[in-house]
Design a protein around this ligand. Structure first.
Ligand SMILES: [Zn+2]
Length: 67
């Protein structure tokens, strides 16, 4: 039963997909109060977040998924 082989393949695909996902580099551009404005240096997308290090996901990915 090649269960170990299947597990290995799934794990390998997971690692490859994880490495391909380029993390965004958010630069704070403005905003006041709780909501801060960020711009992704890689995708040039503007997003708002309450966190100091920017939104966790890139808006570009969300846009691609909806298309
Ligand atoms: Zn981005």
């Amino acid at each position: 039963m090649p269960i170990l082989l299947i597990l290995f393949i799934v794990l390998f695909i997971g690692i490859v997909l994880h490495k391909r996902r380029k993390p965004c580099k958010w630069e704070r551009t403005g905003g006041h109060g709780e909501l801060k404005e960020f711009t992704c240096k890689y995708c040039n997308v503007t997003a708002f977040s309450t966190q100091y290090d920017g939104p966790p996901d890139c808006k570009r990915n969300i846009k691609d998924a909806s298309l």
